[in-house]
Design a protein around this ligand. Structure first.
Ligand code: NAD
Ligand code: GLY
Length: 354
């Protein structure tokens, strides 16, 4: 087991990483007043185990899935916290994937202007990304993460044991974010290329999760509130990925991140930003997880969704694209051109996939 410490101007998070972290650190929370937030699927799998570790504690169970990440569910959680007598020194435990982590983090930030928060991520995506760094949010009116705040957990317990029950599709979803880190960090990139056939092995996942967390912690320490541009890099693949996710649904967030990364890589290639063997290797990494990149009908609509992305200004769409090993850049592409490239890439994929 290894710790990563993430220090910002106002907070410090300790991230406990590795097999055995849950058994070692969760019982230490028992002296506190706890309020657990989880989802229906996770509760079915781990509710009994949670009770055996924490005893009977007040708990709010949201329906599993992105649809729960909304203001109505947030208010229901806050009401339940009030009814349970949660106090300022109580601790909210977010036990689940990124959906639970995002909404529970926001509830913890809002309740009595902020109560203590511990994240216990149970999906690969939440372990490598969403549980670390303090972004909390719910969606509203079809706009993703539009209501949220930065609120650092004081502790994150990242234990690969929870991945044993995670469906393969959700592992792929987390690998989407892992490959994103590969496009941002040269060491992770090299490790991924070297282990391209071993991505789903437990030992590899435990090791790479630690690397991703360390990378994210460094970036968040530099730019906690997404102001200087350093943290923006973590959105590689996300402009197109989020737009497609909102328009087409069905697939998971991480798959859309990878699909977005593929489309944006092709755009970067067209502009000569990411070329040669490096671009080919990144494509290989993406395809090793996705197998087949989908084409989309009326993909042009993704451009107008992307235009509403928080990162954009005026008529330019902001994309974070890979440049060379360990280096990404922000490119601003004119709306019409972006629309045209999306369509061309999708048409090429349709011909290839047919
Ligand atoms: P999720 O929370 O919906 O989990 C995916 C599915 O896996 C759910 O059905 C869940 O019930 C199930 N599940 C969770 N743990 C399980 C386990 N151990 N065994 C079996 N099933 C399990 O989705 P996610 O992919 O974890 O997270 C996606 C969310 O994270 C999105 O809302 C996205 O916006 C957000 N996100 C936030 C940040 C951030 O920095 N805050 C970063 C990336 C993504
Ligand atoms: N997942 C993007 C971020 O945390 O900034």
């Amino acid at each position: 087991m290894k710790d990563v410490t993430l220090k910002t101007a106002t907070a410090e998070s300790v991230i406990r990483c590795g097999a055995g972290a849950f058994e070692a650190y969760a019982p230490k929370l028992n002296s506190r007043q706890l309020f657990i937030i989880t989802d229906g699927t996770v509760n079915k799998l781990y509710g009994t185990h949670l009770s055996s570790v924490f005893g009977e504690r007040p708990k709010y169970v949201i329906p599993a899935g992105e649809k729960s990440k909304n203001p109505r569910v947030l208010m229901a959680i806050l009401k339940s916290m009030l009814e349970a007598g949660v106090r300022r020194n109580s601790t909210v435990i977010a036990f689940g994937g990124g959906v639970v982590g995002d909404i529970a983090g926001l509830a913890a930030a809002l309740y009595m202007r902020g109560v203590r928060l511990v994240q216990i991520p149970t999906t690969l995506l939440a372990q490598v990304d969403s549980s670390v760094g303090g972004k909390t949010a719910v969606d509203m009116d079809g706009v993703k993460n539009v209501i949220g705040t930065f609120y650092q957990p004081e502790e994150v317990i990242v234990d690969p044991v929870f991945l044993n029950t995670l469906p393969k599709r959700e592992i792929r979803c987390g690998l989407g974010e892992v490959i994103k880190y590969g496009a941002l960090n040269a060491e992770i990139y090299k490790k991924l290329l070297k282990n391209i056939k071993k991505f789903t092995r437990a030992a590899f996942l435990e090791d790479i999760t630690y690397d991703c967390i360390r990378h994210k912690a460094t970036v968040v320490q530099e730019d906690e509130h997404d102001l200087s541009g350093a943290r923006k890099a973590l959105n590689l693949g996300h402009t197109t990925g989020h737009a497609l996710e909102l328009l087409y649904g069905k697939r998971s967030h991480g798959e859309y991140v990878l699909i977005g990364a593929y489309y944006e890589l092709q755009i970067a290639r067209n502009f000569g930003i990411c070329v040669g063997q490096y671009a080919e290797n990144l494509e290989k990494l993406i395809l090793s997880v996705l197998k087949k990149v989908p084409s989309f009908d009326v993909i042009e609509n993704a451009a107008s969704v992307a235009a509403h992305d928080k990162k954009n200004d005026n008529e330019l769409i902001s994309l974070i694209v890979p440049k060379r090993e360990g280096q990404s850049v922000e490119m601003k592409i004119e709306y019409g051109k972006y629309e045209q490239y999306l369509k061309e890439i999708s048409d090429n994929l349709r011909n290839k996939n047919d």
